[in-house]
Design a protein around this ligand. Structure first.
Ligand code: B12
Ligand code: SF4
Ligand code: SF4
Length: 384
């Protein structure tokens, strides 16, 4: 069987496996990407979540010495909630980004790649195959772009003609020659909607992200969120979809044919206050299967506190005060201080003043001083 025949058979099998797009790329080094990744590191724009060894990221032969082809896949995910529960005063809700709806995509794509790999082995028994989704060394987007799955948008996402950017990506290195596909034409043209819509200006140039100021990144960190970004996070509990929801290429691109990604409405748009009280075990039971749980419950609870402040939810004050008094985590107490300052009111102010004498952590203490100083300033300006 020659490479072209093998390619046709894999394309047919991919359809059967409900892989929405498949493309084939050479395994040549990714030279432009190499430059790009260096620049990103030098300018402090990398997230730290990606593989830090640039050679490994850009030279497929370092991962598989005899690699001949990279097979790229894309799987569409839903972008619209059907009858979502309402966020209402006293019962406000947060939101998980679409990439966290349903079962963790890492498992779903890995299964599809494993099935495809079994099939390839049935055709070429001695083929060497290495699959990866997100956590592998390669840039999934650079591979997908080269394999003609979609173009690389100004929001940095791979955008497909059929499903917009609402696709997960994965790939398979193989030591079998299969003819490559051509990349597709850039479809962004003179549009810049994503860049102007980004709440933090993280898209610093077309197609260049400063990950350190991207909300998708910030929601996944474990430390205090820098002050200048807290107001911009809104009610996002994990990830950010703004530069994709505004994209004209995603208009009417709503696909829910992958059953695994059907969202549980109460989990992807959960009530905020109950989130604050979850134990580790409860968090794992309720959210453990979602990709958004990979950093554990602490960042989600911190973000829930920021979201309650965003809604200025006075009904949350007793819960927040309880956390300030009893929670062992400085990041949680520090974020509560900021939230109480934002929600305001006598009860909140009293709680902060009391905490001053009890608190030992420097970061939390500094948050208390900042919040109380702001209060003083506001009081002074009201008094004239
Ligand atoms: C680190 C990481 C992040 C970081 C940084 C994201 C970023 N834009 O770099 C953070 C935490 C912010 C993040 C956020 C998100 N992520 Co993420 N993330 C990754 C990860 C692990 C590595 C990405 C990376 O290396 N970035 C570094 C940049 C420099 O390279 P790159 O984007 O991979 O490659 C492009 C550029 O290098 C560019 N390029 C190269 N040279 C040049 C030269 C010029 C002139 C230009 C203009 C561009 C250019 O072209 C390449 C192809 O597009 C990948 C998985 C993987 N292993 O690749 C997932 C991945 C990119 N993430 C994904 C998703 C879904 C998201 C979110 C949408 C989740 C969410 N809703 O919150 C957001 C989107 C934010 C955004 N605007 O990118 C998907 C993207 C799917 C798609 N359709 O594109 C991936 C591929 C995971 C997957 N397997 O599906 N992510
Ligand atoms: S994910 Fe959000 S914060 Fe990040 S670039 Fe897109 S719009 Fe900006
Ligand atoms: S919003 Fe416009 S510029 Fe941004 S990715 Fe979509 S088409 Fe490209």
């Amino acid at each position: 069987m020659n490479g072209a025949q093998l390619k046709e058979m894999l394309i047919t099998k991919a359809k059967e496996l409900k892989i929405d797009k498949i493309g084939f790329a050479s395994a040549d080094p990714f030279l432009t990407l190499k430059e790009r990744l260096r620049e990103q590191q030098d300018r402090g724009f990398a997230s730290g979540f990606e593989e830090s060894d640039i050679e490994l990221r850009t030279q497929p032969e370092k991962l598989m010495p005899d690699v001949k082809t990279i097979i790229a896949i894309a799987v569409a995910y839903p972008a619209k909630l059907k009858n979502p529960p309402k966020s209402e005063p006293g019962n406000y809700r947060g939101i998980f980004c679409r990439a966290s709806w349903g079962t963790d995509y890492h498992h779903v794509l890995k299964q599809k790649l494993d099935d495809l790999s079994d099939y390839l082995h049935s055709l070429v028994p001695n083929a060497t195959i290495q699959s990866m989704v997100d956590t592998g060394s390669l840039s999934d987007r650079a591979v997908a772009e080269r394999a003609g799955i979609g173009w690389s948008g100004k929001n940095t996402a791979i955008i497909t003609e059929e499903y917009g950017s609402w696709v997960y990506l994965g790939e398979m290195l193989v030591d079998v020659y299969i003819p490559a596909d051509d990349p597709i034409e850039d479809g962004c043209r003179d549009c810049t909607l994503c860049m102007s819509a980004c709440p933090t200006g993280a898209l610093v140039e077309p197609g260049r992200l400063d990950a350190q100021s991207c909300i998708a990144y910030l929601t996944q960190t474990k430390k205090m969120i820098p002050e200048q970004y807290r107001d911009k996070i809104g009610n996002r509990l994990y990830g950010c979809d703004t530069c994709q929801t505004v994209c004209p290429m995603n208009r009417k691109r709503y696909f829910d044919h992958q059953a695994e990604f059907t969202p549980d409405l109460e989990k992807v748009k959960p009530l905020l206050k109950p989130l604050l009280r979850l134990s580790n075990r409860q968090f794992k039971e309720q959210y453990g299967k979602m990709s958004g749980s990979w950093r554990g419950k602490n960042p989600i609870q911190r973000n829930a506190i920021i979201a309650l402040a965003h809604f200025r939810d006075k009904s949350a004050i007793p819960d927040l005060i309880e956390l300030l008094q009893a929670d062992a985590r400085p990041v949680i107490r520090g974020t509560v201080v900021w939230a109480l300052g934002k929600i305001g009111g006598l009860e909140a102010k009293q709680a902060l003043t009391e905490a001053l004498s009890r608190e030992k952590d420097d970061i939390v203490l500094s948050e208390i001083h900042t919040a109380l100083a702001k209060w003083e300033q506001e009081d002074a300006s009201i008094m004239g």
